[in-house]
Design a protein around this ligand. Structure first.
Ligand SMILES: Cc1cc2nc3c(=O)[nH]c(=O)nc-3n(C[C@H](O)[C@H](O)[C@H](O)COP(=O)(O)OP(=O)(O)OC[C@H]3O[C@@H](n4cnc5c(N)ncnc54)[C@H](O)[C@@H]3O)c2cc1C
Ligand code: FES
Length: 263
């Protein structure tokens, strides 16, 4: 990447509907990146927004984008062979080397699953790299569940708890907030635990509190912030909370720092 501010025209390779309004886009991309980083996605004359990379491979990235407004409405209409513009990757990403050989617990709410999906796939593909893996997934309702096929696959290797806030008459699984299920996680050795929490700010706050109640030290908890960004390179101050530039120092924070940033 020569100039980090110039968006590059990239071809959409595949489009997979997750729900009525959440679509996964596989897009050509050659830059090296790590799970938890984000790119700035744009359509000329429409706008630009930060989007997490949900997975990546040789020559491509995947992003799961919810149709919520001006830009994402335009992106929603893109088909394979169409183009979008990307710049990045930006942000720090998750320190996955710290999770190796540990009891990894990931709690993800809604689209918060997108930024951690790559970590889940990484360890699911090589499950001996972690001592134990618990995955807590919460969605508003059954129709909001993302990555259904992957969830079925993850269940084979991972202790997976899937819950919905509002069940319908056909739903036979768990219901209730993700926080309800945190005390069920069996922790054998507190020193081994690494917890990753990603979701709306209120979900991250209360889920972290539940893990703290279980005795998990703040140093072993990680969160990621979807703070509205603009330049993504530490110039405009859009993402700033107090003295912290979320685009540069985040979006992933250890909870020792992350708890101060919840605004
Ligand atoms: C680091 C990071 C990673 C993100 N990853 C993803 C992702 O993987 N998938 C995804 O769908 N979205 C993600 N987002 C959110 C995404 O950037 C916004 O939804 C996007 O800006 C909406 O643009 P728009 O022009 O379509 O909507 P707008 O017309 O700008 O807004 C539509 C509605 O969404 C609200 N909104 C806009 N931006 C945000 C925001 N950043 N956070 C919360 N509410 C917002 C507005 O208040 C409004 O109600 C991420 C944001 C950040 C900062
Ligand atoms: S988004 Fe501009 S400084 Fe962070």
């Amino acid at each position: 990447m020569n100039n980090p501010l110039i968006p590059q025209k990239k071809k959409v390779l595949d489009v997979i509907a997750q729900t009525d309004i959440d679509i996964t886009y596989k897009v050509e991309f050659d830059e090296k990146l790590k799970g938890g980083q984000f790119v700035q996605v744009s359509i000329p004359r429409v706008g630009e927004a930060p989007i997490s990379v949900s997975d990546f491979g040789d020559g491509y990235i995947e992003m799961t984008i919810r149709k919520v407004g001006k830009l994402t409405d335009e992106i929603y209409n893109l088909k394979p062979g169409d183009y979008m513009y990307l710049r990045g990757p930006y942000g720090n990403g998750f320190p996955i080397e710290k999770y190796e050989n540990k009891h990894l617990i990931i709690a993800a709410g809604g689209t918060g699953l997108a930024p951690v999906k790559n970590i889940v796939n990484h360890f699911n593909g090589d499950i001996d790299k972690v001592k134990k893996f618990d995955l807590l997934l919460g969605f508003k309702s059954p129709k909001d569940i993302l990555f259904k096929d992957e969830i079925e696959n993850w269940k084979k290797n991972i202790n997976l708890t899937l819950t919905v806030d509002n069940a319908d008459e056909n739903w036979t699984g768990n219901s209730g907030l993700i926080t309800t299920f945190v005390p069920n996680v069996e922790i054998d050795n507190m020193d081994d635990v690494q917890v990753v929490i990603v979701g709306p700010p209120v979900m991250m706050k209360f889920t972290a509190l539940e893990f703290l109640k279980l005795g998990v030290p703040k140093e072993q908890i990680w969160v990621s912030f979807e703070r509205k960004m603009s330049c993504a390179i530490g110039k405009c101050g859009h993402c700033k909370i107090d003295e912290t530039y979320v685009c540069l120092e985040g979006p992933v924070f250890n909870y020792t720092k992350g708890e101060e940033l919840i605004d």
